[in-house]
Design a protein around this ligand. Structure first.
Ligand code: PEP
Ligand code: MN
Length: 337
């Protein structure tokens, strides 16, 4: 339920409404615009208390949110969410490029890849320290050592970093190193993890689970928002279908659909979505054409030596060429990259 307060409402008027919300054991999410104050009333069966709010002097209008997800819905907030990560704007007209290795393997290699992707136009560096691998016998990531390498690479290149967090117990530590916390497809409905990153003071990229519907995905984002963190990137990374010729099926339907349903920025990961190096640039172009606010792409200087996902890593030169093509698509749509 959204409460729109009367224009020029006093601080006391706002406080009275918030007090009433808390008395009902509901949560108040205040959004103070230039003209109006809007309060989202969130909690189980919030709507049954509508009459109580109708009786309050400060209230101008009450609107129900029809969707099961509330804070992340377009109904709750009409304007696009835009936030800043060390000077890089996420959301809005500029398209953000994130690139780097699947997993951080060696410090020197990370530094070299970071420089190359930066030169090609990437604004944020990716690199996994804790890797969710299908088999327990595959490389699991260098863990904390890799986080320190990422931090050192940020110091040298000034590129903000995104890295995956898999365990609720790791969130506070990973958040000390990362500029964006990545929730991977395999953990997209790990609700304890979602609650924990909801309490973190760092933006979160929520990848789509490989068998998740759009509504389940938005409800996963709602877990993060409901715990206080509203800086969330939705990232389409391919879903599982009957097709086995590509690694997953990149669901680009999700891009324009999410832009309707949520105010959050929408990114696309063509690397995991396709899983075939040669096909990635085409799907990256298609993602930008579909309205994506950003891309996250795997790049490695020597894919055969990569400890994970080498088969889908672009070489730095291929990445640079792709960026040139993406710039043309973005320009045709009146966006920058
Ligand atoms: C990754 O980004 O390397 C990764 C494991 O992605 P996903 O969770 O989308 O599979
Ligand atoms: Mn990967």
């Amino acid at each position: 339920m959204i409460l729109t307060l009367k224009s020029g409402v006093s601080k006391k008027g706002i406080d009275d409404v918030v007090r009433q919300i808390k008395k009902l054991k509901l949560k108040a999410h205040l959004s103070q615009g230039t003209e109006k104050v809007i309060i989202g009333v969130i909690g189980p069966n919030a709507a049954i208390h509508r009459e109580i709010f109708e009786g309050l002097e400060a209230i101008e209008a009450i609107t129900a949110i029809s969707k099961p997800y509330k804070l992340v819905s377009r109904e709750f907030k009409k304007s696009d969410t835009i936030f800043n990560v060390r000077g890089v704007k996420i959301g809005g007209p500029a398209i953000t490029l994130i690139a780097g290795p699947c997993s951080v393997d060696k410090k020197e290699s990370l530094f070299e890849i970071a420089n190359a992707v930066k030169q090609a136009g990437a604004q944020i560096l990716r690199g996994g320290a804790f890797k969710p691998r299908t088999s327990p016998y595959q490389f699991q990531g260098h863990g904390y050592k890799a986080l320190r390498w990422l931090q050192q690479t940020r110091q040298m290149t000034r590129l903000p970093i995104i890295t995956e967090v898999m365990d609720p117990r790791h969130v506070s530590t990973v958040a000390r190193y990362a500029d964006i916390l990545q929730i991977g497809a395999r953990n997209a409905q790990n609700f304890f993890l979602l609650k924990e990153v909801g309490k973190a003071k760092k933006p979160v990229m929520l990848k789509r689970g490989m068998a998740m519907t759009i509504e389940e995905w938005l409800l996963a984002a709602e877990y993060i928002a409901a715990h206080g963190n509203h800086e969330i990137i939705m990232c389409e990374r391919g879903i599982r279908t009957y097709e086995t010729a590509t690694r997953f099926t990149l669901d680009l339907n999700a891009v324009p659909l999410l832009k309707q349903l949520t105010h959050l920025p929408v990114f696309v990961d063509p690397s995991h979505g396709v899983g075939v190096r040669e096909l990635i640039p085409a799907m990256a172009r298609a993602a930008v054409a579909a309205g994506a606010d950003g891309l996250i792409v795997e790049v490695h200087r020597s894919p055969t030596e990569a400890l994970s996902d080498g088969h889908q890593a672009l070489l730095p030169a291929q990445f640079a060429q792709m960026v040139g093509e993406l710039r043309k698509v973005a320009a045709a749509l009146g966006r920058t990259l």
